[in-house]
Structure formats: structure tokens, C-alpha cells
Design a protein around this ligand. Structure first.
Ligand code: ATP
Ligand code: MG
Ligand code: MG
Length: 551
């Protein structure tokens, strides 16, 4: 067992091992390939793969692919990539619930022969009506007592494609009066005339989630089948199938609280809507809470794993996790590991009038203040430089320690300068500032006065033009989908993306896609893994510098 934050499932497994009740731990992560994985899935991945790592067991990656209408190979590929990128390795080959369709079919026949399942001719609406409600027991279908022979024949004909979708289903015969609605003759098979990404057109009927999941766990020898709390009421059914079928093993279902996070949707269906409506630039838009979106935004696998450790795993619904915690996790990682650079987001030209035209100084600046292993940067200083427009004010308020007419400021790693003149065009817009350098201030304080402000800058002739994308939360409210009857799109943040034409220091010119930096005084940024090509530089702001997460 390796060290990592404890949680109730981990403690339970440790107790089982110590008591000699458990041997090898086998878990699985079972996504349905109907969308990209999001930060909630990361919690489940870290838990399932983490337990396997901690106890020297296995974690399987199994696609829960029982609904061909909504599933796609592209989602399978993306999910595999995301799990690997997070740093986890599934045991053996990727598995598919559809690998077990033949076995599940045989088990449906078995239940029919035992008088524990039947083919029902009721329509989907009638089935819903007959099922009853929480306060009202269900009624048996008129088709409930068909003979096994007739049921077997109908099942075979359903499989052969003789009937239309919705005409018949297969149901388990359990208890129409059960207080648990999941036990009121749950559906085992539906007719679907669809192409399946794995099985093609072999099947005209598809097993339900409930009839598939536990049996797939049993076939694979999964010991702990971990799922979110919505499935707690399904557990008696999960166990009913295992008890009533000749399965090779007896896995156990354990539930935990799903991750919900403020300003964030964790529903694939809703995230898909954002993609389909063109509200975001695909599933991996850096504003998306998908794993691939976070990756493009600049999150590291370590930071996401750290975040999952910080939020912990409980059975009690944890309410809303503060997204500031996620920001904290990535900021802490990048603070230690991202090289520094200077980049001006909104360039304003400065002419240093007492620096000669051809003058060039090169400063050797550490790549990181505490990391001697990082390459030293060569930062050139010249007569013309850029500073950020926000670091200059013509009529500054009292505590403005940046540049203003007649005021002094230090250029980071360089001299103190004074603003002598503001040059404007006919419309009154500022074209450039003319400043002078105090050459007696390199690496030392000026004589007889204090200069408080330090601003970043880049040499104009050496500046590297780049596009910088600043992101904010996609939604303006903490729970955009809180009101089930309202349209969550009404809460979209119209300013979730802001694009700047920035100027960076020369060390950035060779930034590889996905390389991460701290732009000093500005924030943490990552070179976009798609847009950085053919010499073009695009940086995504991962997170700002200021930490608002209160421990
Ligand atoms: P969605 O509602 O987003 O479609 P899902 O549960 O239907 O999610 P699956 O592909 O079935 O998506 O999920 C795979 C695994 O990830 C399941 O075991 C599920 O319990 C887990 N999971 C999904 N969402 C969360 C979440 N928000 N927090 C923790 N685990 C989650
Ligand atoms: Mg699911
Ligand atoms: Mg779902």
C-alpha cells in the first residue's frame, strides 16, 4: 500500500485485507462513450486507478457501451487519451460491455427458463404507467405469466430483428409492489435497430445498464465496483442479478458522492449542448471542465490528481466544491515548475530617449527564482520597448506605483526610468511614451529617493508577437443548472474569452506546444497544443497569480 490521502473506501479495503477477507483488489472505470470525460470523471478515475495502485491490484478500463445511438468511436479514443494523459494505466486490453453481449443473452435465456424473466408487449408509456410511483405500488403486466417456451421464442425473434423498436422488451420478474421502484420488473433488453461502434449490426436488442453492469464486473473479476450515489437504489438489483445468475464471481457495489463544482457543469449531456450549439470551440475548449479542455488550458496531470486528493472521497453529498480549489492546485504546481518570462498583453510603446539607437544590453535572468536547473534567459534591453497599457496612467490615483507623467518606475531586471512626455495622435489616443533612463540604477536603488513600482517590459525590436487568450468562468452563477426548468444557457458569461495581441520576450519564440510559463506579474500560461504551429504562438491563460482559496 502506497501513501496517499485516506478515504472510506480505502479504509474499508484495508480492513478487508487485514481480516483476510480480500485478496487482490480489482476495480474498473466504466465510462459510457457518449461524450468527453469531465472533472467529475477525474474524481472517479483517481479513485479507481488510485485504489488499484495503492493495493497493488488492477483497474480495468471498460466502455459501458450499451446505447449505440449516443456512442461514437471518437469518444472512445478521447477517453483513452485522457486516462493515459492523467498518468494511469489500465490492466490488460481495453474492455467493452459489448464484449459480453453473447454471455448476457445466454443469461437472459437462463432467467427465462427459471421463470425469472419475460417478454413484455406493453409500450414504453404503458410500462411507465404500470410501474406505479413512490406512493403507489405497480401493477403486473398482462404478459407477465407467459410460458418459458413462448418467452424464449419471442426473445429469439427480438434478437433476429423481427420487431420494431419499442414493440417489446425483456423484463426481470421480481416484485411489482417493491418499495424500490428499481425492483418492479426492471428492463433487461430493448429493441434498437442501430449500428454499434463495436458490434456493427449483429444485435437488434441491447441490454440495459442494470442488466449489464454487475455481470460485466463479475465476468472481469472486479472486486469493488465503485459508483456514484445515484446508484445506491440500484444496488439491490445489482445483487439480485448476481444471486440469480451463474456468475463466476461476486463483486460488490460501493457508492460515493459525485463531484459538483461551482461555476461548472458536470453533465456530459449539457456539455455536449455547448459543443453542438457552437458556444465553445469543441469539447477541449480551454473553458470546458473536460479533462481535454483542462489539458489545453494548461493544467498538469499532477495538479488534477492533487485536486482529487484534496476534495477527498465521502459517502455524504459534499455540496459544491469551490473551483478556487482547482485553481489553487494548478497554481501551486506551476509556481514551483513553470519557467518565468515577460510578456506584455496590451503593448504600449516606450522610447527611452537617452538610450542610443543601436544600443543593446543583454541581461542574463534566471528561468525560475528557485530552480537552478532551469535555463537562464537572455533578455535584451534597447531604446524602444513595450510596456503594458495598464501599467501607465495619465492621471493616476494616489497609490498607483506604476508609470505616470513625471513619475519613476523600475523596469524589471533593468533600470529605473522616468516618463517625460506622452505622445498622442489627433484623436487624443496615446501613441507612445518618451522616457529617460537613470543609468545609475542597474541592480541598485536610485540615490536619494524611493522607487516603489516594478513593471515588466519587452524590447521592441526583439519582441515576439503572440496571441494570448484570457479565460474566465463560462457561467456567471455558481449553479447554472440549479433550476431544472430554466435554461442554463441564460447564465453564460459573455466575457469568458478575451483575446489579446501580445508581445513576449525572445525566450518564448521556441515555446513548444503545451509548454507552460509564468508571465511575470500577469499569470500562468500554456502554449496552445493545437494553435501553435507554423511559427504561430498562441498562449492560453491557465490561471491568474492571485490565490483566493481559503484553506
Ligand atoms: P454524465 O452524467 O456526465 O453523463 P455519467 O455518470 O453518465 O456522467 P459515465 O460515463 O457513466 O458518465 O461515468 C463513468 C464513471 O464516472 C461512472 O462510474 C460515474 O459514476 C463516474 N462519474 C461521472 N460523473 C461523476 C462526477 N461528477 N463525480 C464523480 N464521479 C463521476
Ligand atoms: Mg453512466
Ligand atoms: Mg450519463
Amino acid at each position: 500500500e502506497t501513501a496517499s490521502a485516506p478515504n472510506f473506501i480505502r479504509n474499508q479495503i484495508r480492513d478487508e485485507i487485514e481480516a483476510g477477507r480480500a485478496d487482490k483488489v480489482v476495480t474498473r472505470f466504466p465510462p459510457e462513450p457518449n461524450g468527453f470525460l469531465h472533472v467529475g470523471h477525474a474524481k472517479s478515475i483517481c479513485l479507481n486507478f488510485g485504489l488499484a495502485e495503492q493495493f497493488g491490484g488492477d483497474c480495468h478500463l471498460r466502455f459501458d457501451d450499451t446505447n449505440p445511438a449516443k456512442e461514437e468511436q471518437a469518444y472512445i479514443d478521447a477517453i483513452k487519451e485522457d486516462v493515459s494523459w492523467l498518468g494511469f494505466e489500465w490492466a490488460g486490453e481495453v474492455r467493452y460491455a459489448s464484449d459480453y453481449f453473447d454471455q448476457l443473452y445466454a443469461w437472459a435465456q437462463h432467467l427465462i427458463r427459471e421463470g425469472k424473466a419475460y417478454v413484455d408487449d406493453l409500450s414504453p408509456d404503458e410500462i411507465r404507467e404500470y410501474r406505479g410511483t413512490l406512493t403507489e405500488p405497480g401493477r403486473p403486466s398482462p404478459w407477465r405469466d407467459r410460458s418459458a417456451a413462448e418467452n424464449l421464442d419471442l426473445l429469439e425473434r427480438m434478437r433476429a430483428g423481427e420487431f420494431n423498436e419499442g414493440e417489446r422488451v425483456v423484463r426481470a420478474k421480481i416484485d411489482m409492489a417493491s418499495p424500490n421502484i428499481n425492483l418492479r420488473d426492471p428492463i433487461l433488453y430493448r429493441i434498437r435497430h442501430a449500428q454499434h461502434h463495436q458490434t456493427g449490426d449483429k444485435w437488434k436488442i441491447y441490454p440495459s445498464y442494470d442488466f449489464t453492469h454487475g455481470q460485466s464486473d463479475a465476468i472481469e473479476g472486479v472486486t469493488h465496483s465503485i459508483c456514484t450515489l445515484e446508484f445506491e437504489d440500484h444496488r439491490p438489483l445489482y445483487e439480485w442479478f448476481l444471486e440469480n445468475l451463474p456468475v463466476p464471481a461476486r463483486p460488490r457495489q460501493i457508492e460515493f458522492a459525485r463531484l459538483n463544482m461551482n461555476y461548472t457543469l458536470t453533465s456530459k449531456r449539457k456539455l455536449k449542448l455547448l459543443v453542438d450549439e457552437g458556444i465553445v470551440d469543441g469539447w477541449d475548449d480551454p473553458r470546458m471542465p473536460t479533462i481535454s479542455g483542462m489539458r489545453r488550458r494548461g493544467y498538469t496531470p499532477a495538479s488534477i490528481r492533487k485536486f482529487c486528493e484534496m476534495i477527498g472521497v465521502t459517502r455524504a453529498d459534499g455540496g459544491l466544491v469551490d473551483i478556487a480549489m482547482l485553481y489553487h492546485a494548478i497554481r501551486a504546481d506551476l509556481e514551483d515548475n513553470a519557467p518565468r518570462a515577460m510578456c506584455v498583453l496590451k503593448p504600449l510603446k516606450l522610447v527611452l530617449t537617452n538610450v542610443p539607437e543601436e544600443h543593446e544590453e543583454i541581461y542574463e535572468v534566471p528561468g525560475h527564482p528557485a530552480r537552478e536547473d532551469m535555463a537562464v534567459r537572455q533578455v535584451p534591453f534597447t531604446r524602444e520597448i513595450f510596456i503594458d497599457r495598464d501599467d501607465f496612467m495619465e492621471e493616476p490615483p494616489k497609490k498607483f506605483f506604476r508609470l505616470a507623467p513625471g513619475k519613476e518606475v523600475r523596469l524589471r531586471n533593468s533600470y529605473v526610468i522616468r516618463c517625460d512626455e506622452v505622445v498622442k495622435d489627433d484623436a487624443g489616443d496615446i501613441l507612445e511614451l518618451r522616457c529617460s533612463v537613470d543609468f545609475d540604477t542597474l541592480g541598485k536603488n536610485p540615490e536619494g529617493r524611493k522607487v516603489k513600482g516594478v513593471i515588466h517590459w519587452v524590447s521592441a525590436p526583439h519582441a515576439v508577437p503572440m496571441e494570448v487568450r484570457l479565460y474566465d468562468n463560462l457561467f456567471l452563477v455558481e449553479q447554472p443548472d440549479k433550476d431544472k426548468d430554466a435554461d442554463f444557457l441564460e447564465h453564460l458569461n459573455p466575457d469568458s474569452l478575451q483575446v489579446c495581441q501580445a508581445m513576449g520576450e525572445p525566450s518564448l519564440v521556441e515555446a513548444a506546444p503545451e509548454s507552460r510559463f509564468q508571465f511575470e506579474r500577469v499569470g500562468y500560461f500554456c502554449a496552445d497544443r493545437h494553435a501553435c504551429r507554423d511559427g504561430k504562438l498562441v498562449f492560453n491563460r491557465t490561471v491568474g497569480l492571485k490565490d483566493s482559496w481559503a484553506k
